[in-house]
Write a new protein. Structure first.
Length: 472
């Protein structure tokens, strides 16, 4: 459901009692958590019970499973997830009563007001970059407030109220939410066409990022990874408009430049030259070149906020990851199971590079679930090509989320494009059929990887259990 952003956005403390429709989702649960920390009366509903709902109840929220008009009886403001249908009874009741109805973006802006905001945008890497910056700032003594699209391993939560003046927010572009925020520091990891169900064309998607530049506060800065063509083009546009830009990456054009990249097992290291010419060492406990680039974006933002490189780097060196971003779910008999959120061809390529580093002499076995019919229609063949970096691939049926099925666009479109031998690729419409097949194929030293933005994540613990039952 698309909800217009009001012309005047009130701070969270002035919204009265706030009810969230879809409170269990990553975006709304983060905002609810922050509002609770500020003493706002919070309630919410979701389609099913989740650990997130239980956690919010412990913090003082009133939550329900299912949707009913009666749930908004005491609300002054309704916050609605984009996944909610227009005929949702709580939405209809709020409209009937003339309540204030806000989209997720406006609700997040309400809790960011009055802070020094860092908004982390980009097609890929937003969650990891936001998380890296958060832990880096914590190590530097900033104690920022943060809202991330995933759970930090260090804290186990996706949002936390800090005592400092800095607010670090993941700025989602999928529905245009990032065009509501007004950051002091805007971070763009990369710009590569996605969410064409919303934008329609690649040109419109890129244009949205150019509009994002207009949201940067006077005297603010853009930190962009200039290794990425889309982000490099955006940086050039920003400079033409008079916005200060800090470019990061491995390219010669970077102001904050990495070299001597080393990917060894579950670690990544690089030498980094700071804008002043000083050389420092970046060390991460997560593998993959794409994570090094994310860390450079985080480092650039932290430096722009006025914090010292050694403390920021120390914080990132202790970063243990974010849930569903190359997350280790188990190691049974030398067979490791990882889970990751990658659902775009570029993300798949990056995570398979990381998996290859993790596997060493072993193999990489992947089960991939395409996400959204519209995305699979646009990028299905490219997804298949990217999966070709694995040794064995299982492709599930599309996770529909907010869309209806299309018999012409299925997971078979992806499977058919994987450039491996026919017996190395299997289209498996039923996820329940995958664990036994993967475990039967696995050997000691192999990495088993579950990939996708849908419920494929539920296969990871089942794979661990299947390995244990097989006596691995």
């Amino acid at each position: 459901m698309r909800v217009p952003v009001p012309d005047v956005l009130l701070p969270a403390e002035d919204l009265g009692a706030v009810h969230f429709v879809g409170i269990g989702g990553a975006g709304l649960s983060a905002i609810a958590r922050l509002m609770l920390a500020r003493g706002v009366r919070v309630s919410g509903s979701d389609a099913r019970e989740t650990p997130g709902l239980a956690a919010l109840r412990e913090l003082g929220a009133t939550t329900w499973v299912g949707h009913d008009a009666a749930y908004v009886a005491d609300a002054d403001t309704l916050v609605v997830s984009t996944a909610v249908r227009e005929d949702n009874p709580e939405v209809l009741e709020a409209q009937r009563r003339g309540l204030r109805v806000l989209p997720r973006s406006a609700a997040l802006e309400s809790v960011m007001q009055g802070r020094r905001v860092v908004a982390v945008a980009g097609t890929h890497g937003k969650t990891t970059t936001t998380s890296l910056l958060t832990v880096a700032l914590q190590a530097a003594g900033a104690d920022p407030t943060y809202a991330v699209g995933g759970e930090l391993s260090a804290t186990g939560v996706n949002a936390q109220e800090g005592t400092g003046e800095v607010f670090v927010a993941e700025a989602d572009e999928s529905d245009g939410a990032f065009l509501v925020y007004s950051p002091q520091v805007a971070v763009v990891t990369n710009v590569e066409a996605d969410h064409l169900d919303n934008y329609g064309t690649e040109e419109a998607y890129h244009a949205a990022f150019e509009t994002f530049l207009e949201r940067v506060r006077p005297g603010g800065v853009l930190v962009a990874c200039v290794d990425d063509p889309g982000a490099a083009a955006l940086a050039a546009t920003a400079r033409d408009r008079g916005l200060r830009v800090v470019g990061v990456g491995e390219s010669a054009e970077a102001d904050l430049r990495a070299s001597d990249l080393r990917l060894v097992g579950s670690t990544a290291r690089a030498s980094v030259r700071l804008p002043g010419g000083e050389d420092v060492e970046l060390a991460l406990q997560i593998p993959g070149r794409h994570y090094v680039l994310d860390a450079l974006c985080a480092l650039g933002a932290g430096l722009e906020l006025g914090y010292d490189a050694p403390a920021l780097l120390e914080g990132m060196a202790g970063f243990t990851g974010t849930r569903r971003r190359m997350e280790l779910r188990g190691d049974v008999g030398g067979v490791r199971v990882y889970d990751s959120y990658a659902h775009h061809p570029q993300e798949i390529r990056g995570d398979l590079q990381a998996a290859r580093s993790l596997a060493g002499e072993g193999r990489v076995l992947v089960v991939f679930q395409p996400h959204l019919v519209s995305r699979t229609r646009a990028f299905g063949p490219a997804m298949g090509q990217a999966l070709g970096a694995a040794d064995l691939v299982w492709v599930l049926e599309i996770y529909l989320a907010r869309e209806d099925p299309d018999p012409e666009v299925t997971g078979a479109l992806v499977a058919g494009a994987v450039p491996l031998a026919e017996d190395a690729v299997t289209f498996v419409p039923l996820a329940a059929d995958v664990p036994a097949a993967m475990v039967a194929a696995a050997r000691r030293g192999d990495v088993l990887l579950t990939l996708g933005a849908g419920d494929v994540t539920e296969l990871a613990p089942r794979l661990v259990t299947a390995l244990e039952e097989a006596g691995r």
